[in-house]
Every structure is written in C-alpha cells, then in structure tokens.
Design a protein around this ligand. Structure first.
Ligand SMILES: O[C@H]1[C@H](O)[C@@H](O)[C@H](O)[C@@H](O)[C@H]1O
Ligand SMILES: [Fe+2]
Ligand SMILES: [Fe+2]
Length: 309
C-alpha cells in the first residue's frame, strides 16, 4: 500500500527530530570542551598554589578508606535509594540553627576522606575562608560554610557512614569505571541486574541530572533542605548537590545524560571544587573568631533562623 500523506509527514518529522537531537548532542560536546578549556586557563590563585598530587590518592589510602568504599559500593542500590528518599520526605529529624548544626557535626570524623582528620567545623570554615580570601561572592562563601552539613544524617538514622559521606555516583545504570575503586561494585546486587546493569539503565540520554538518582548521602539530603529553606541561588544548590560527584565534575563521566542547565551548573561546581578539596591543607581557623562574620552571612540567606533538618 502506498504511504499516506501523514505517514510521509511523520517520517519527515522523525528524521528532523533525529537530526535536531544529533545537533544538540554536538552542541553539548562543544560546550563541555569549552568549559574544560575555560577552567584550565582560569585557575584561581588558590587552585594553582596547591600541589594537587597530595590529594585524593586512593591507591595509597589507608584501610579505613578502602573498607569504607567497599561497603558503600556494595550497599548503594536502587532499592536502598528509593527507601532513603521516602524516609527523608516524611520526617523532620531535628530543629536547630545552622551554627548549632555545625557544632553538632563536630564529633564526626569522615571515614571516606584520605586528606583530612580535622573536624567538620574546621573543614567548613577552611572552605568558606578560602572562598572569602579569593574575593568570591557572599552566597558562595556561605555555600562553602554549609556544604557538608548534610553529614548530620549520620546522627539521624543513617545505617553507617556509607550512606552519608564519600563520592557519589548514579544508581539505576551501569557504574562507570571513573568512580574510585570501580571493582568493588561487583558485590552490589544491581551490578548484574538486567536493567540497572546496562549502560543507560533506567535513564535516557539527555534526561538531565535532575532526573537521575545519585547515591544517597549528605549532598542530596542538604540540597533539599537548602532549596526549601534558603534564598541561595541555583549555582549554590548545584555546588551542594554535586560536590561529591567526582566521576562527573572531574572525571568527565555521565556527560551524555546532561541537559543544557547542567552545563551551566557544571561550571559552578568546578569553580567550587578546589575550595572544598585543597583548603584541607590550610591553617586551622578559629571558630570563635569567625563566628560573628558568618552568623551575619547565615541570616542573610536563611530567613527562618531555625532550620528543619
Ligand atoms: O571523602 C570525601 C568527603 O566525604 C566529602 O565530604 C565528599 O564531598 C567527598 O566527595 C568525599 O570524597
Ligand atoms: Fe562533602
Ligand atoms: Fe567538603
């Protein structure tokens, strides 16, 4: 039977759509290259001062770090992530100010971190101070100050540290080789799953990171709190949500799932990362001395002083 006029139009539309999406892919690749180029030439003073070979050396890390990641990589499954998100939605864990949260976090020593044995309040102040010294905007200084406060989860029903700290990665699709210790995923029940174990898994290329489920932990938890209870800009939210997503922001993995907005956010996350990572070797700041400055900054962006955690 000869094709009808609608068949012909549909086929033409289909072809047009395909070539449009090819074009979008090409533009995205170009954009990613541009971002890389730009961030290579625009190193902040802070960034270029540091000897980077001293940080994130996971092959030489101690057993504490290696055991941490083995457990995390075996236990972060789709099923666990759905459950964690559901628990999160229906529970307020505590009510306290940002500064109280920083103090509460102080007893936690992060088992995933090969680069610091300082307390969390010290790490937060080091990050914020490095951002301030470089003359970055106030909202970014505050983002440095709070970016790890999601680790509070540890005190409110987490199953261990494996569902709180460490680098993040998507669940529901194959685990990328650019995640640290990639072989440890072999013990994850989703590893050989007929859908979750495939390259795209439950996702479609171009779906946007917003539609992907990143392993549950301090980033995702704090992102939701800050989005609902502060006036911080989208860039700050992305810095919080993706700061541990090293395979993406530094490793270059999962680019095929990004949408346009994600490319803008990638630039923000990459601008933030050096302050988080390389400030770990700076002098230890005095919380008491810095408190008045940061209390003002907190008030500026968190209109209700007491936060629902
Ligand atoms: O060990 C660290 C630490 O847990 C950080 O808070 C997290 O953001 C990093 O990605 C991780 O490598
Ligand atoms: Fe973090
Ligand atoms: Fe951090």
């Amino acid at each position: 039977m000869a094709p009808s006029a609608t068949d012909i139009y549909e086929e033409r539309d289909g072809q047009a759509l395909e070539s449009l999406s090819d074009n979008i892919d090409a533009v995205n690749v170009l954009k990613a290259d541009l971002i890389k180029e730009k961030s290579m030439h625009e190193k902040s003073e802070f960034d270029s001062e540091k000897d980077k070979t001293k940080f994130r050396q996971y092959e030489d890390a101690c057993d504490r770090v290696k055991n941490f990641y083995r457990e995390q990589h075996e236990r972060q499954t789709v099923a666990y992530n759905l459950k964690a998100r559901n628990d999160f939605k229906f529970k307020t864990r505590a009510r306290m100010s940002i500064w109280e949260a920083m103090e509460k976090l102080n007893t936690l020593i992060d088992e995933s971190d090969p680069d610091t044995s300082l307390s969390q309040i010290e790490h937060l102040l080091q990050s914020a101070e490095a951002i301030r010294r470089d003359g970055k905007p106030r909202w970014m200084q505050l983002t440095g100050l709070i970016h790890d406060l999601g680790k509070l989860l540890f005190f409110y029903g987490a199953e261990g540290q494996w569902d709180v700290v460490g680098d993040t990665f998507p669940v529901g699709c194959a685990f990328d080789k650019r995640i640290i210790y990639p072989d440890t995923f072999k013990g994850n029940p989703d590893y050989n799953h007929e859908i979750y174990g495939t390259k795209n898994g439950i996702y479609t290329p171009g779906c946007g990171l917003d539609n992907m489920m990143l392993s549950w932990g301090h980033d995702e938890y704090l992102y939701h709190i800050v989005k609902d209870q502060s006036t911080l800009p989208a860039e700050a939210l992305a810095m919080i949500r993706y700061h541990s997503f090293y395979p993406w922001h530094t490793g270059g993995a999962y680019r095929e799932f990004m949408d346009d907005h994600d490319y803008d956010m990638l630039a923000a996350v990459r601008a933030f990362n050096p302050y988080d990572l390389y400030s770990k070797s700076d002098d230890v700041p005095s919380a008491e001395e810095l408190k008045p400055y940061y209390m003002d900054l907190i008030d500026e962006y968190f209109p209700q002083r007491i936060i629902n955690w």
